[in-house]
Design a protein around this ligand. Structure first.
Ligand SMILES: [Zn+2]
Length: 179
């Protein structure tokens, strides 16, 4: 949370009724207790499985790999994507001491080996870390005999999915290319 958001929150608390202010404070305190990672895709959820994994209408053959829940929400908001997701919980970044073992890559391979997935779309940000992570994962997935693609078209280099507009994200998904 940045200073402006914190200030807005503080002003909201001051102008709210005592009852609402206590309810909001209570909700913030309990977020940590109620929210956990979905055991399948590692999205945040307050139910056993997240709502996306639990949705039987979604396409089980398509899996979109993102670095974090913010990017999942950006794809979900923008792209009209009806497959499933896998949240890596970060990107490979040797400078920060984050190697492949720090991410949910082993769990991703297990899901693909489960046999229902035909295509994995690597939707990590078009940054050095995002590209390196996508290339690394593609190298592990391709021997498993599935299609591996990477979103690309339209996203600014060095950009962040979370800040891209919805049309750009939708086009980047449509224009994905096989790796
Ligand atoms: Zn899930």
């Amino acid at each position: 949370m940045g200073p402006k958001t914190a200030q807005r929150l503080a002003l909201h608390m001051l102008s709210a009724s005592q009852e609402n202010a206590v309810a909001l404070a209570d909700a913030i305190v309990h977020v940590k207790e109620r929210i956990h990672n979905c055991p399948v895709c590692f999205n945040f959820t307050d139910t056993d499985l997240c709502s996306i994994c639990a949705d039987s209408h979604r396409d089980e053959s398509l899996l979109c790999v993102v670095s974090d829940t913010r990017d999942l929400l950006a794809m979900e908001r923008a792209a009209g994507f009806h497959g499933h997701y896998h949240v890596l919980q970060g990107l490979i970044s040797p400078m920060d001491g984050i190697g492949p073992d720090s991410l949910r890559i082993a769990e991703l391979l297990d899901r693909v080996r489960g046999g229902k997935i035909a295509e994995v779309i690597l939707a990590t940000n078009p940054t050095v870390e995002g590209d390196a992570t996508a290339t690394y994962i593609a190298g592990l997935l391709k021997p498993l005999g599935i299609t591996v693609s990477r979103i690309a078209l339209g996203l600014p280099v060095g950009g962040d999915l979370d800040y891209a507009d919805d049309v750009t994200i939708a086009r980047s998904l449509e224009g994905r290319r096989e790796m």
